[in-house]
Design a protein around this ligand. Sequence first.
Ligand code: GRF
Length: 208
Amino acid sequence: MTTPERSTAERTGIVVLVSGSGTNLQALIDAAADPAYGVRIVAVGADRAGITGLHRAAAAGIPTFVCRVQDHEDRAAWDAELARRIGDHEPAFVVSAGFMKLLGPQVLSRWVVLNTHPALLPLFPGAHAVRDALAAGATETGCTVHVVDSGVDTGPVLAQATVPVLEGDTEEALHERIKAVEHPLLVEYVGRAAREGITVTDGKASIP
Ligand code: GRF
């Protein structure tokens, strides 16, 4: 059986936000090469210049923009400008893939934002989730795809995958094994949200 071709018009436009190496972004770029995936990455935004994530986007011919906190009077002005830059590309929703800034109300009130986090939320929220899981002596950890709310990694969970912590694990080695399960999980849920739609009601996220 063949999958019917999807035209560009049928693909759901998303903006992906990154701050670093962009391996999750690359997984989305690779998936979106197949029209049947139903996603078009209309832009990649970053909070800093010169990062590998932006190079990955440029190499794939995806428009990029940089919106740095330090170029704005305060966080509120940055939030408004980030919302404006995202809005220029009219995405259906936004994906935060290793974006290391807390999003503000201007962005969060306009779009559903999916985030991927390298721990089994609500365990180990924050910027050092892999290090914190190791320090706590966890025997397993993993990753979470969730909808962003105004808290720090507190929004409704869509999916999780577990990864065992091995004896002698370093933060780098464990994070690499987490990324190996994180990439397909993010790809699956971004694709489903694009093809089937995603709703957030009373703090619960669902894809029909
Ligand atoms: C991912 O593990 C993500 O969960 C975390 O930061 C990492 C980003 O990796 N927030 P990359 O930039 O996608 O390679």
